[in-house]
Design a binder for this molecule. Structure first.
Ligand code: UGA
Length: 432
């Protein structure tokens, strides 16, 4: 089938590339000329394992192309995917300006029947609004259908998730449009759940809010574990063995970050507020998360008294491993707090340093390796669970540091190993 994807951000690019990989003819459209040129030359603007290879394979096969020209992009499309960003406004609500601009552009350019598929995360009711905008602004009156098809990809494993996801959700305004999108996705071989448009929109927010709730819940339990001398790793393990609870997303740490959970939880609170519903539970989830991001600095202050003049190594800046994404990463808050407390911060991340430079407090000093970052440090903060950190030579690292003290926000080491290697080890929800 011939598919146009508008928006070559994280969601749009992965969607476009993967749809071409399963045999569709895909053209991706974006207003950013430099980005489109880069993509046409086979370079991915985001770091996502496996993506660049598929990008090049499908360009070579002639199934995938990129353009800034909407008219050309929409010309033969049987389906148009909307995958533009919905950034957060100051009040927490989703900014739908980009989505509405695309709707107007579709109205301008379509000349024959098309199915409009929304991938962007949009508040409940938005797809009806998109439909209305297209209807009201159509230059040529042709029939079209609307489908909400939210994505559930995780950064860092997005390509894998596209081919091995748990479900594909299709919320359509007609049975035939649902069947059409089902057909597009058939080669993925993933279970499909069809519903109405509003429910599909809600499934996306509810899923992210639920996962964020699990994380804040286990973080609160971990704080209790510290006070009651229990071990949160064992508690999550024991809880997760109950299939009704499940093992995933019960990893205590320094709170969730990224471009999705922080934005979507706040947007859902806002959506609820719009219909006069106080989403008390979700408000607490957000509050707990903000509190959790400050946990390690508090631990360090309790340990040292003052952080003035202390040299602190930060290992890991991205909001999670296998991505260079810095959006809403706990490292932003933590580096800022440390510097404001008078510490000298030396940071290392395997791939996020370039992005971090423009985001972190300008006083952060970046190191080119773990070794450079830890030399003469008074302590180390571990903020992202990169496998490189799990495998580092602890015996050598210990000799490079001024003091062998680790504050681990991701619990990457066992208490036994830390004892054996001679570190003073402060982790989350476990005895020091
Ligand atoms: C999340 C969802 O997992 C995807 O299903 C969804 O499609 C995506 O948002 C989205 O809406 O686009 P992502 O933000 O890429 O994906 O990352 P996750 O792997 O879910 O991690 C989010 C944050 O939660 C990270 O900061 C991670 O460190 C933290 N986390 C995760 C924990 O602190 N504990 C856990 O047990 C799991």
């Amino acid at each position: 089938m011939r598919i146009a994807v508008v928006g070559t951000g994280y969601v749009g690019l992965v969607t476009g590339v993967c749809l071409s990989e399963i045999g569709h003819e895909v053209i991706c459209i974006d207003i950013d000329e430099a980005k489109i040129e880069k993509l046409n030359n086979g370079f991915s603007p985001i770091y996502e394992p496996g993506l660049e290879q598929l990008l090049n394979d499908n360009i070579a096969e002639g199934r995938l192309s990129f353009t800034t020209d909407f008219e050309q992009g929409f010309q033969y499309a049987q389906a148009i995917y909307i995958a533009v960003g919905t950034p957060q406004r100051d009040d927490g609500s989703a900014n739908l300006d980009h989505v509405e601009t695309v709707a107007r552009s579709i109205a301008n350019h379509i000349r024959e029947y098309v199915v409009v598929v929304t991938k962007s995360t949009v508040p409940v009711g938005t797809n009806h609004r998109i439909k209305q905008i297209i209807e009201e602004n159509m230059v040529e009156k042709v029939p079209f259908n609307m489908v909400s098809n939210p994505e559930f990809l995780r950064e860092g494993t997005a390509v894998h998730d596209t081919f091995h996801g748990d479900r594909i959700v299709i919320g359509a305004d007609s049975d035939s449009a649902a069947e059409f999108v089902k057909e597009i996705n058939k080669p993925f071989g993933i279970a499909v759940f069809c519903t109405d448009i509003q429910s599909a929109e809600m499934i996306k927010y509810a899923s992210n809010a639920f996962l964020a709730t699990k994380i804040s819940f286990i973080n609160e339990i971990s704080n209790l574990c510290e006070k009651l001398d229990a071990n949160v790793e064992d508690v999550s393990h024991g809880m997760g063995m109950d299939q009704r609870i499940g093992r995933q997303f019960l990893q205590a740490g320094i709170g969730y970050g990224g471009s999705c959970f922080p934005k979507d939880t706040k947007a859902l609170i806002q959506i609820a507020g719009n219909v006069e519903h106080e989403f008390d539970l979700l408000k607490s989830v957000v509050r707990v998360n903000n509190k959790q991001q400050k946990l390690l600095v508090k631990k360090a202050k309790d340990r040292f008294g003052s952080l003035e003049g202390k040299t602190i190594t930060i290992l890991g800046l991205a909001f999670k491993p296998n991505t260079d994404d810095m959006r809403e990463s706990a490292s932003i808050v933590i580096c800022d707090q440390l510097i404001r407390s008078g510490a000298i911060v030396k940071a290392y991340d395997p791939i996020a340093i370039e992005k971090a430079r423009s985001i972190l407090n300008p006083e952060v000093v970046f190191a080119a390796s773990i070794e450079v970052a830890v030399t003469h440090a008074d302590c180390m903060f571990i903020l992202t669970e990169w496998s490189q950190f799990k495998q580092m030579d602890l015996t050598a690292i210990r000799t490079m540091m001024k003091e062998a003290i680790i504050f681990d926000g991701r619990n990457i080491f066992s208490l036994e190993l830390m004892k054996e290697k001679g570190f003073e080890y402060h982790s989350v929800g476990r005895a020091s």
